[in-house]
Design a protein around this ligand. Structure first.
Ligand code: PBG
Length: 336
């Protein structure tokens, strides 16, 4: 960098004096192209509000197809769907996860029929389907890595067969990206993309998501079940480990990587982008949504401005895009 002229030759406020010049020198611009719409689908009819996430509703398959058309109209490139299923169908192994007639398969098909130009991303994880709420198969109080991967591969193949464009494994088992990639290649799904939740932290910010998808309260089911996800999700104190996770997932065949949660982990995003130079995404998770929505609803912050400011921060940090529940709101604010 050149050495700057001293004040008063240099007055940095000159370039901030009017809207036109601020627009002219702006380095980072958010567009609807940067958004992946995070959406919950349910087995019932209509739309059901999620109390902990004001403005977010669970959508029926039919409503989800309508939302895919709305995404197309708003210029939002992709939608990530998450399932809410009836508690009666949950079991210890997450047996419903790979159901080819389940709500995820039906939603993917309906959404691709309604708006084939919109990419659909599916979470590869067992927690919406297990009665204990963990992302893995449990034996003697421990989450089994390989037994879980077997289930994830079945789930991922089902999603690919339904027409899902991007598989997004969010479970944090070791080796799952490689297993998914090999299974996709063997089954002829050579174009199916993988966006791995590569650096996913054991976070309090996933709280409202439990209500959204109706997953079990961890630790409540049985003393045999670990009380939290700390044996598979990352410790919030770690950075070097995030780079190892990303390196591993890329070596195993991930096309894109994700850091999660979002705003509290922008330092991790920055290091991943600078180290690997691959498409890197961040997930602005349910708790981040809830905080902005709650403060906005109380008039404590300017909601619209906070939404856009939070999203441009991801781009400024180097993200290719953001998975966010704000996607339709943000696209509207951006004039789509
Ligand atoms: C499932 C999964 C979670 C989220 C996305 N996929 C919860 C978790 O890992 O505990 C969180 C999404 C959000 O909070 O918005 N593995």
């Amino acid at each position: 960098m050149h050495s700057p002229a001293p004040y008063p030759a240099l007055r940095l406020r000159r370039l901030r004096q009017a809207d036109w010049v601020r627009r002219l020198v702006r380095e980072t611009v958010l567009t609807p192209n940067d958004l992946i719409w995070s959406m919950v689908v349910h087995e019932g009819e209509g739309r059901v509000p999620v109390a902990a996430m004001p403005g977010v509703e669970r959508l029926s398959v039919r409503e989800a197809a309508g939302a895919a058309r709305e995404a197309r109209r708003l210029g939002i490139p992709a939608i990530a769907i998450f399932p809410h299923i009836d508690g009666a169908r949950k079991d210890a192994l997450g047996g419903a996860a790979a159901d080819p007639e389940g709500v995820i398969a039906r939603a993917v098909k309906a959404m691709k029929d309604a708006a084939p130009e919109v990419g659909i991303m599916c979470d590869v994880a067992l927690d919406p389907f297990t009665d204990h709420g963990h992302d893995g198969v449990i034996e003697n109080g421990r989450i089994l890595n390989e037994a879980t991967i077997e289930r994830l591969v079945e789930q991922g193949l089902m999603q690919a067969a339904a027409g899902c464009d991007i598989l997004a494994p969010s479970d944090m088992m070791d080796g799952r990206v490689g297993a998914l990639r090999a299974a996709l290649e063997a089954a002829g799904f050579t174009d199916t993309m993988i966006m791995s939740y590569a650096a996913k932290y054991a976070s309090a910010f996933y709280g409202p998501y439990r209500e959204a998808i109706g997953s079990a309260k961890l630790g409540a089911a049985s003393p045999d079940h670990p009380a939290d996800k700390a044996t598979y999700q990352m410790d919030p104190g770690n950075t070097e480990e995030a780079l190892r996770e990303v390196a591993l997932d890329l070596a195993e065949g991930a096309d894109m990587v994700m850091v999660k949660p979002g705003l509290p982990y922008l330092d991790i995003v920055r290091r991943v982008v600078e180290t690997f130079a691959v498409p890197t995404f961040a997930f602005q998770v349910s708790g981040e949504y809830a905080m902005i929505a709650a403060a906005g609803a109380n008039g404590w912050i300017d909601y619209d401005r906070a939404v856009l400011e939070s999203l441009v921060a991801f781009k400024r940090a180097g993200c290719a895009g953001v998975i966010t529940y704000f996607a339709p709101k943000a696209a509207q604010l951006l004039g789509a």
